[in-house]
Design a protein around this ligand. Structure first.
Ligand SMILES: O=C(O)CCC(=O)C(=O)O
Ligand SMILES: [Fe+2]
Length: 315
């Protein structure tokens, strides 16, 4: 099993940003101005005029033009912000992540898939909403410090270390209530979640993925017939934008990349005692339960049923 590096390789120009990021797994910084927000909104509607239902990242779209133009344009728009804050990095993918109003737009508690060798490198998302976030419209919730609980190999075929406590996890999450154009830079290994968009407006986010300059892409796959191991794959830098399997058969063995063979993995698991001992309770459950949907939801019973739906998503 690998170990995290004692000290993360530096990615932020400002030591304060670097320290905060290393400690908490995220840092919040101003990112787009109003003109850029308008331009990105226009780009989204130009590329993808049909509002799909629910939760729809451009990387999962079957429309290759949407994926590739969104990638190129979002990277271009991110350049000034990234240059201002970061050093010795490479940007690998730009994407839209959109939530239409409706209960099916929630995203369960998860860590993002591994994309680099985390014994040496760090994969980071710059997640920027184009609208002010509220609890109602699909804010991001994070578990501060959770990026360093265990070194993990992650991917849709690999069981998560917190799967037995996903439901209880909600009591420890912290909402990240960004203004439009503000960014949360977060480590891909942080535990995060976003409830459905209960507002009456679409929630558009740009998500840009970057890592250290000299990093190679890695993905990992677990085959149940080989317990105690995962298979590592080297991927090229266009992986995120070109990986057709995201939208089709994400749980299958990757059909692209070069297998690097099996690596040992101990599949860590945690229980409720571990959660209590390592994390601080928040009022996230109450916030979500008390969120007032803009969509016509008549009474508390119905509101509770939306909450139940969130809980189903988590499980
Ligand atoms: O945009 C969101 O609400 C969360 C998206 C997310 O975490 C993901 O796509 O992995
Ligand atoms: Fe995520």
């Amino acid at each position: 099993m690998f170990k995290f590096p004692d000290k993360m390789l530096k990615l932020f120009c400002d030591v304060k940003h670097q320290d905060e990021f290393e400690k908490n797994g995220f840092v919040i910084l101003p990112f787009y101005n109003e003109k850029e927000i308008k331009e990105l909104e226009a780009l989204y509607y130009r590329l993808h005029p049909i509002n799909e239902k629910g939760f729809f990242p451009s990387t999962f779209s079957g429309d290759k033009n949407y994926r590739t133009v969104a990638d190129a344009e979002i990277r271009r728009m991110c350049e000034p912000g990234i240059e201002k804050y970061c050093e010795n990095i490479k940007v690998v993918c730009g994407s839209f992540i959109v939530k239409s109003p409706g209960p099916e737009s929630g995203m369960c508690v998860h860590q993002d898939m591994s994309l680099v060798d985390e014994s040496r490198f760090t994969g980071i998302n710059i997640w920027v909403p184009l609208v002010d976030l509220t609890i109602e419209n699909g804010a991001l919730f994070v578990l501060p410090g959770s990026h360093r609980v265990f070194p993990t190999y992650r991917g849709s075929s690999i069981p998560e270390f917190f799967q037995n406590v996903s439901e209880q996890m909600i009591d420890y999450l912290q909402p990240v209530l960004l203004k439009a154009g503000e960014a949360v830079f977060f480590d891909q290994s942080i535990i995060h979640f976003s409830p459905p968009n209960y507002s009456d407006k679409i929630r558009i986010v740009t998500n840009t993925y970057f890592t250290h300059k000299n990093t190679e892409y890695r993905t990992y796959y677990f085959d149940k017939t080989q317990p105690g191991y995962v298979e590592a794959f080297a991927q090229d830098d266009s992986f995120m934008t070109n990986f057709q399997q995201f939208g089709e058969n994400i749980h299958d063995r990757p059909k692209v990349g070069t297998s690097l063979g099996l690596v040992e993995y101990n599949f860590p698991k945690i229980d409720t005692d571990f959660l209590e001992k390592h994390f601080t309770k928040t009022n996230a459950r109450e916030l979500i339960l008390n969120a007032v949907p803009k969509q016509p939801v008549e009474n508390t019973v119905e509101r509770k049923s939306i909450f139940k739906r969130v809980m189903e998503l988590i499980n």
